[in-house]
Design a protein around this ligand. Structure first.
Ligand code: ACO
Length: 428
């Protein structure tokens, strides 16, 4: 392949270098495009734009491949733990035993949040969506740890912020839930592991013993691993973009939580269950809903279907579909929406509308069914996604910072009015 790409504008040829990634993906380096040609690129939704070079996650949407730092998602989901995967994403290598113990211990030391956080929580009405509450509580760490605002913080200082983020996120998530149901908050129990601790903060009631069900804790750990990173998606790009202004890690990640919230991104997992429930209540006629999704005059979309980059299958969806069967079986739950989901998938995968557009179930299609089986309420589904995505956001923020990337600032093609005179109106 030629080492250069050629671009002809107004009869003049310009050359741009090609950049090749470690998995042989090719990019045209247009860093000096504007300077050389006076033109910019226009790419709505950044469908063809590489915003960075990254060594964290590789995915191939056509082949359905997802790897964190070179390790396949299938192997990690089967054999590793969420904290091990977090370490891998953030620090680049799997931890050895001593490193993992140290990391786990550091996290345990920071699970408590400042008591004044409760005052902030008390200010939210119980109608507040837990995603908004969590984003606010997460960002409030800038107030409790003002040293995190220093853009030139030492590596140890950054590590402390990373540990605090991972340690406190489950506490914020559980407290956001407690606020929604109007219950008193629970404090973290550090005798438990990461997921057990979260489950106890969520579900323990005053004066009652709470025992973590290992089936539930293991299923949750696997779900967190599957969500841990997904290269330059909407929320991750947001984290990098905000961080590029040298905003603190807490404000950058809080922005990522907000970006994840939307129904076209992480919010889809909540929408899937709402959709499946509506289909069930409507009599379970799957064909009717498939036709609605295909009708361009109907705003309805099949939630949990389609993906910006996966055009063959989403490897996470395959693992989650199997996990949904396992978990529901082990917990002895017979959820009628699982059957509706399976029928929807079966019909859609044979329908030419979905086949031609390469629309397959994505990670969110079955995750809600597992969350429901684990007792997680529907408004918390996207919060669970955020808990899982946290190490990815941290790793991407850290990489952006270490690579000394410039501030993110896209261009535009202006389509508004050309110069015109101001005509004063009589304001008296
Ligand atoms: N149901 C029905 N039709 C769909 C769906 C769907 N779920 N998804 C895409 N299409 C159709 C579009 O209408 C469009 O059709 P057209 O070519 O006739 O106009 C075509 O497929 C391409 O869709 P786009 O929206 O252009 O694809 P894009 O890559 O921009 O969007 C997205 C991807 C947002 C995920 C989309 O498929 C969607 O809205 N899915 C439902 C929401 C969802 O599940 N989101 C979670 C994504 S995974 C994640 O963020 C973790």
């Amino acid at each position: 392949m030629s080492e250069k790409a050629q671009l002809i504008i107004g009869g003049k040829t310009y050359e741009f270098p090609l950049v090749t990634g470690s998995e042989h993906e090719v990019a045209i380096d247009i860093n000096d495009l504007l300077e050389k040609t006076g033109a910019i690129t226009l790419d709505h939704g950044f469908k063809n734009t590489g915003s960075t070079k990254s060594a964290i996650t590789f995915l191939d949407g056509d082949k359905g491949i997802l790897r964190y730092r070179g390790y396949s998602i299938e192997e990690l989901a089967e054999k590793s733990t969420f904290l091990e995967v977090s370490y891998l994403l953030i620090f680049g290598e799997l931890p050895n035993k001593a490193e993992l113990f140290k990391f786990t211990d550091e996290i345990k030391k920071h699970t408590l949040v400042h008591e004044d956080i409760k005052k902030i929580l008390d200010g939210f009405p119980s109608t507040a969506h837990p995603m908004g509450v969590m984003a606010s509580l997460f960002c409030s760490q800038t107030a409790f740890y003002p040293e995190s605002l220093d853009p030139n913080r030492s590596a140890e200082g950054v590590r402390l912020s990373i540990v605090r983020s991972l340690a406190k996120m489950p506490t914020f998530a559980a407290w956001a839930y407690k606020n929604a149901v109007g219950h008193p908050v629970n404090y973290p129990d550090n005798s438990l592991d990461y997921c057990g601790r979260f489950l106890k903060m969520m579900f323990a009631l005053p004066a009652e013993d709470y025992h973590v069900d290992p089936v539930i804790a293991d299923a949750l750990d696997k779900l967190l691993i599957l969500h841990a990173d997904h290269e330059q998606n909407c929320s991750t790009s947001t984290v990098r973009m905000v961080g590029s202004s040298k905003a603190s890690i807490y404000s950058s990640i809080s922005a990522g939580i907000n970006a994840l919230w939307g129904p076209l991104h992480g919010g889809a997992n909540q929408e899937v269950i709402i959709m499946l429930e509506s289909i069930r209540k409507d009599g379970g006629d799957v064909d009717k809903w498939i036709n609605k999704a295909k009708d361009k005059n109907d705003p309805f979309r099949l939630m949990g279907f389609g993906h910006r980059v996966y055009k063959n299958f989403d490897p996470r969806a395959k693992i989650i579909k199997k996990a949904a069967d396992d978990v529901l079986g082990k917990l002895g739950i017979n959820d009628p929406v699982l059957e509706i989901a399976q029928r929807l998938e079966e019909v859609a995968l044979k329908d030419s509308y979905f086949v031609e557009r390469k629309l397959y179930p994505n990670v969110d299609f079955y995750s809600g069914i597992i969350y429901r089986a684990l007792g997680i309420p529907v408004e918390l589904f996207t919060v669970m996604f955020a808990m899982g995505r946290l190490p990815g956001w941290i790793a991407q923020w850290k990489e952006m910072r270490e690579n000394k990337e410039p501030i993110g600032r896209p261009r535009q093609v202006y389509t508004g009015a050309t110069p015109r005179p101001y005509v004063a109106i009589d304001k008296r």
